[in-house]
Design a binder for this molecule. Structure first.
Ligand code: PEP
Length: 258
């Protein structure tokens, strides 16, 4: 599977800035061929951004989906609806939703089910808070998040999934994980998912990616990790030159087979 680079624009842009950034992505990322580029705009701009990316290699993700298929869920947006607009991926269980909107594992699990039902690939975010890290609970938190959110999902192990390790303390700030600390987490995720399903499932259907304050300066240290299948970028994806530099570093490492 190709390495993936995901831009999460969150709720940072308005109509004008979002469409302008989409146009910039379209122009600037033309030469990126080795990486799969995915952009997650806000729901209200998905249609317009989808039209801008039409005919390019840039794919669309939803920033979230509802945990049910349809019905009386005022304000929610279903996986089927975003799939219709062209989303192939959805970010699920982002720490901002888990913490600020009290999203539970049960909801996360339902959302993954809905992604599969609609024919989309979930990007499942897992990671510990700084308190959990200080209590040395990083491993147990990740194992629990993986089990609780995936265990009851129908569709696995046949379907693909992306596991985004996003330590909560590193998201949306200036702190980032020492890239050397990533290998044990990648190993843990592989061990956990291989035990739940099989190593073959992990090797063929799972991509392990990192997210948390990555910018163009530290990106090469992450891209050089052979076991890493991609990056999820928040703040730095709002600046086309920053994002382009992260992408071209990834392109260089991937072309070298790293
Ligand atoms: C994110 O929101 O998933 C993220 C990684 O954000 P940032 O790069 O800003 O930390």
């Amino acid at each position: 599977m190709r390495r993936i680079l995901i831009a999460n624009w969150k709720m940072n842009l308005n109509h004008q800035t979002q469409t302008q950034l989409a146009e910039d992505f379209k122009k600037r990322l033309k030469k990126i061929k080795q990486l799969e580029i995915v952009v997650a705009p806000s729901f209200v701009h998905l249609q317009e951004v989808s039209e801008i990316f039409n005919g390019t290699n840039i794919k669309l993700a939803a920033q979230d989906v509802a945990f049910e298929k349809s019905g009386a869920f005022t304000g929610e947006v279903s996986a089927g609806e975003v799939r219709e607009i062209g989303c192939q991926y959805a970010i699920i269980g982002h720490s901002e939703r888990r913490i600020k909107l009290n999203e539970t594992e049960k909801m996360v699990s339902g959302k993954i089910n809905q992604c599969y039902g609609a024919g989309m690939i979930p990007i499942l975010c897992v990671g510990e808070t700084s308190e959990e890290r200080m209590r040395n609970e990083t491993e147990s938190v990740i194992i629990k998040q993986l089990y609780d959110s995936i265990y009851k999902v129908s569709g696995l192990p046949e379907k693909e999934i992306i596991i985004a390790y996003e330590p909560v303390w590193a998201v949306g700030g200036s702190q980032f994980l020492d890239p050397d600390e990533l290998a044990p987490i990648a190993f843990l995720v592989k061990k956990t998912l291989s035990a739940m399903y099989s190593e073959k499932f992990y090797n063929n259907n799972v991509r392990f990616i990192y997210g948390g304050s990555v910018n163009s300066i530290i990106a090469p240290a992450f891209w050089s990790a052979k076991f890493l299948d991609g990056l999820l970028i928040g703040a730095a994806s709002l600046d086309i030159e920053e994002f382009y530099n992260i992408a071209s570093e990834g392109e260089t490492f991937s072309a070298r087979g790293q």
